[in-house]
Design a protein around this ligand. Structure first.
Ligand code: IVH
Length: 673
């Protein structure tokens, strides 16, 4: 790139980044995914590295965040609150380690602290002689917004430090991240939508928007949490030698520190930590967008020093993004197993969270209207865990005017039957019960992993089975003959035998999976288990009345109605007869039955060694008695059973005030002693 071209591109980038900074920091309403923002910033940094004389004082590279909102008083930070450089690969992180070695002039493994990088709002708390006096946002890194009253409403922030184990320093500036847990975020957004308020784009914006509120009562009503990971000034405190010691002191003072932080001896252990975190990521109750790696020794930190916007002793190793930007090439209607037409966006393929995504569900017509998605739009797609990719929002600033609005068709795209919208429902449905698209979807669902798990029965095969008339309902699968199968395309003797074996094996699946596989509306995996646990057989469920059903605590009117309707249809009853004839059990085997509801609704965590059972046995007992056994202590834990030499879970239970019982007490509770 020539100097002239670089200059032009830099101007574009600065303007773009400034606009997105404004959306992110000032409005708490970003328009593009973080990954896209990171790319713009990386491009800017790279160009400025190549042409250092083109760096301007107002370049976004020269500052950390955004100026404080005018409505708030400002608070200067006595030590600037820096940002972090990013690493995107193992190569980047090893380069960081080499740089640290080089700058320090040392050899041998360096000790690092690795921490989850929480995706929330960076804040600072000032404690004077142990009392919380000021709380502020990071702002532009130098000056933040005074949000003391708002932060004081957050339960995990102590208003006074604990001094039982360690005296409070004269002045302590603690830094950390205010976050909203994913579950709380979903609940909040549901409530907002019900009230007709716009939902927050993600938990981070919800957290930021909740703290940067003029009315602390609003903050108080939001489920926020804070984790501490750093500090500014400490006056009159212990003489800390390492970052890890600081974190330990935080805990003693009653500040919340992430229990997943780890001390790593050398960069290999950091790499291992990062791998483990990527696997854990989905299960975490909060959003983490990477791992922060910090040199442990404070002396080393001081020697390494900092650059304009970030320290040389720390780096953020980002996870693959959950959200990406791409273009909608087309929108098509897909017919589901209940005849529902689901609009699906066909996307320009893009990598999201490690997987290439080329389709995203648009759920229904209301969703299309709400998002105002049009064919040709640039959109943000999101994919988390096993969830189907979905479109979060449209980047309206990229519209050219050529985008085409979409509406679901009034004829089924597969069988041509009329499509209707049921009163009171969002769904549009194909009215033809024998529409081949519906049958195919029903079979695929029946054969899916979590239902009957028929290995090898995929889309192409189902298409042929239905199109050739070999299968007219799911029970027909069990009457297929090898000769029939061998007539199909790409089906040799061996694969026919394999398929027949897989079909045969599926007969031994548990009853709840069979029930789930039948695809009754509103009966998902969990509900299927609830119903089978209650009735014990499909036979009994078939004869249950609406009143019988509604009496089960977890069953609401919608599910009850749907179940009764299903078993009233003659063709469904015929289907059950046919399944029975095929040799499928419709009664639950006695050993599969749950023994009682003694511990229903209660969550247990075990810590330490137990005398009468192994951990697994104890957990199984809890589940058999209708309770839940969790592996970590949270606010939702009801009891922590403490064995010998308990670990940190007991400590956590103490902090959260969760009842702790001995093994003997647990045995009494379950009637074993
Ligand atoms: S350390 C100089 N540790 O990420 C060190 N930051 O991009 C600066 N963050 O401003 C921060 N989790 O808001 C640190 N465990 C963690 C973090 C963390 C999240 C945020 C923080 C910071 C931003 C840097």
């Amino acid at each position: 790139m020539t100097r002239e071209e670089a200059k032009k591109r830099l101007e574009e980038l600065r303007e773009l980044i400034n606009y997105h900074n404004y959306r992110y920091y000032v409005l708490d309403d970003p328009e593009i995914p973080d990954a896209e923002y990171d790319r713009l910033m990386q491009e800017l940094l790279e160009l400025e590295r190549q042409f250092p004389d083109l760096v301007t004082p107002d370049s976004p590279s020269q500052r950390v965040g955004a100026p404080p909102r005018e409505e708030f008083e400002t608070v200067p930070h006595s030590v600037p609150m820096l940002s972090l450089d990013n690493a995107f690969s193992e190569e980047d992180i090893r380069e960081f380690d080499e740089r640290v070695h080089r700058l320090l002039g040392v050899s041998g493994p360096i000790e690092y602290v690795a921490e989850p990088k929480l995706d929330g709002l960076g804040v600072e708390l000032v404690y004077e002689n142990g009392v919380l006096t000021v709380g502020s946002t990071r702002g532009d890194g130098y000056v933040g917004e005074n949000v003391t009253e708002n932060l004081k409403t957050i339960k995990s922030i102590p208003l006074r430090l604990l001094t039982r184990w360690l005296p409070a320093p004269e002045r302590l500036e603690v830094r950390g991240e205010v976050i909203m847990q994913k579950e709380a975020f979903r609940r909040l957004n549901r409530e907002r939508e019900e009230r007709g308020e716009p939902p927050f784009a993600n938990p981070r914006n919800a957290a930021a928007g909740s703290v940067r509120q003029l009315d602390p009562r609003v903050t108080a009503s939001r489920p926020l949490d804070m984790y501490c990971y750093g500090y500014g000034q400490i006056i009159g405190g212990p003489d800390f030698k390492t970052h890890w010691e600081v974190l330990e002191a935080f805990k003693k003072w009653g500040l919340k520190v992430n229990p997943l932080n780890e001390l790593c001896k050398g960069i290999d252990q950091v790499v291992d930590y990062y791998r483990r975190m990527t696997e854990k990521r989905e299960e975490l109750p909060y959003e983490a967008d990477g791992v922060v790696v910090k040199v442990n020794s404070l002396e080393y930190q001081a020697r390494l020093g900092m650059k304009t916007r970030s320290p040389r002793w720390a780096i953020a190793w980002k996870f693959e993004a959950h959200q990406e930007i791409t273009q909608v090439v087309d929108i098509v209607a897909q017919v589901g197993r209940t005849g529902t037409l689901t609009p699906v966006a066909i996307l320009k393929p893009v990598r999201v969270g490690g997987v290439v995504v080329s389709r995203a569900t648009l759920h229904n017509q209301d969703e299309i209207d709400r998002l105002d998605v049009r064919i040709g739009d640039w959109v943000i797609v999101q994919r988390a865990g096993d969830v189907i990719p979905e479109i979060v929002s449209v980047v309206k600033s990229r519209r050219t005017g050529k985008e085409k609005p979409y509406h679901l068709p009034d004829r089924c795209p597969v069988c041509g039957a009329k499509v209707v919208r049921m009163p009171g429902e969002v769904a549009y449905r194909c009215t033809n019960a024998s529409c081949p698209a519906q049958l195919k979807e029903r079979i695929l669902h029946f054969a899916s992993k979590r239902a009957m798990d028929i290995d090898g029965l995929g889309e192409k095969l189902v298409d042929q089975l239905v199109d050739k008339g070999l299968v007219k309902d799911v029970a027909d699968l069990y009457f297929l003959k090898k000769e029939d199968l061998m007539k199909l395309e790409r089906m040799g003797e061996k694969s026919a035998e394999n398929l027949l074996r897989a079909i045969e094996e599926s007969k031994s699946r548990s009853l709840d999976r069979l029930l789930y596989g039948l695809g009754i509306r509103y009966v998902g995996e969990h509900m299927a288990r609830v119903l089978i646990d209650h009735f014990g057989s499909i036979e009994a469920l078939k004869n249950a009345s609406y009143e019988d059903l509604i009496q089960i605590p977890e069953v609401g009117p919608v599910v009850a109605e749907s179940v009764v309707t299903f078993f009233r249809q003659p063709e469904n009853l015929k289907l059950l007869e046919k399944l029975k004839k095929a040799g499928i059990q419709l009664e639950q085997k006695p050993e599969e039955r749950k023994k009682s509801d003694l511990l229903a609704g209660k969550t247990f965590v075990f810590t330490g060694a137990l005398k009468s059972f192994t951990r697994d046995e104890a957990q199984r007992i809890v589940e058999e008695l209708g309770g839940r056994a969790a592996s970590s202590v949270s606010r939702r834990t009801d009891y922590v059973v403490v064995g010998e030499n308990p670990g940190s879970k007991a400590e956590r239970a103490r902090q959260l005030g969760i009842p702790m019982i001995t093994e003997e007490e647990f045995k009494k509770m379950i009637g074993m002693a």
